[in-house]
Ligand binder design. Structure first.
Ligand SMILES: O=C(CO)[C@@H](O)[C@H](O)COP(=O)(O)O
Length: 225
C-alpha cells in the first residue's frame, strides 16, 4: 500500500474548466480527487452534488474520488454519490441519525466508509465502529471554506487518532484536511496522518506538479513509524 496519498480538494479548482483542471492535477501526480460537498445547512456554504461527480466520471476521471459530505442528513446523498461513481465517502457523525447504519450503507453501496471529525468534535464516536472504517478524516479547520489556516491543536488530536488506529489493529487511513501546505505537511505526517487534502496550496499555484513534488519531498523526510 502506498504510504502517503495526496488528495487535492477541487473546492479550489477552476469550476469553469473542472474536468480539465482535475485531469491536470492528476497528471501532476495527485493520487485521489477530494470532493467537498456542502449543503448550506450543516455548513455555511454551498458547493456541488452527485451530478458533478458523475460528470467527472463521464469525462474520464478514473482516480479514486473521495467524497466528504458536509451535509445533514446523510443517507440519501450517500446513495446518490455511490451511484455517481464515488470511491470513498465520509460524513460527520453528529450530522447523521444512525451512525452504524450510515457506515453500513456506504459499504453496501460498494464504497469505502469514513468518518469526519471537526477540530472540536469528540472522538467517542469512534468507540463502536472502528471495524467499519476505511478512513478517518480529521478536519484541521472548521468546515465550510477553503483557504483557512491550519489549527495547530489538530496535531495533538492527530496523534490521539493515530494511537487509536494502531491500537485497533485495523488498516485505517488517517486523512487530514484544512490548511495543509508544503511547509507543514511533514509535521502533519509525523503526527500520524497518511492522506493529505490540500486545496488552495495546490490549485492556487501555476505549476501543480512542482507543488505536489515539494510535498512529496517533505514527506520523504518523515521517518517510518
Ligand atoms: O473541507 C474543506 C473545507 O471545509 C477543505 O477540503 C478545504 O477545502 C481545504 O482547503 P485548503 O485549506 O487546503 O485551501
Amino acid at each position: 500500500m502506498q504510504r502517503f496519498l495526496i488528495a487535492p480538494s477541487i473546492l479550489s479548482a477552476d469550476f469553469a474548466r473542472l474536468g480539465d483542471d482535475v485531469q491536470r492535477v492528476l497528471d501532476a501526480g495527485a493520487d485521489v480527487v477530494h470532493f467537498d460537498v456542502m449543503d448550506n445547512h450543516y455548513v455555511p456554504n454551498l458547493t456541488f452534488g452527485p451530478m458533478i461527480c458523475s460528470a467527472l466520471r463521464n469525462y474520464g476521471i478514473t482516480a479514486p474520488i473521495d467524497v466528504h459530505l458536509m451535509v445533514s442528513p446523510v443517507d440519501d446523498l450517500i446513495t446518490q454519490f455511490a451511484d455517481a461513481g464515488a470511491s470513498y465517502i465520509s460524513f460527520h457523525p453528529e450530522a447523521c441519525q444512525h451512525l452504524d447504519r450510515s457506515l453500513q450503507l456506504i459499504a453496501d453501496k460498494g464504497c469505502q466508509p469514513g468518518l469526519v471529525f471537526n477540530p472540536a468534535t469528540p472522538l467517542h464516536y469512534l468507540d463502536y465502529v472502528m471495524d467499519k472504517l476505511h478512513h478517518i478524516l480529521l478536519m484541521s479547520v472548521n468546515p465550510g471554506f477553503g483557504g483557512q489556516s491550519f489549527i495547530p491543536g489538530t496535531l495533538d488530536k492527530l496523534r490521539e487518532v493515530r494511537s487509536r488506529i494502531d491500537a485497533s489493529g485495523q488498516n485505517i487511513r488517517l486523512e487530514v484536511d484544512g490548511g495543509v501546505k508544503v511547509d507543514n505537511i511533514a509535521a502533519i505526517a509525523a503526527a500520524g496522518a497518511d492522506m493529505f487534502v490540500a486545496g488552495s496550496a495546490i490549485f492556487n499555484q501555476p505549476d501543480y506538479a512542482a507543488v505536489i513534488q515539494q510535498m512529496r519531498d517533505e514527506l520523504a523526510t518523515v521517518s517510518s513509524k
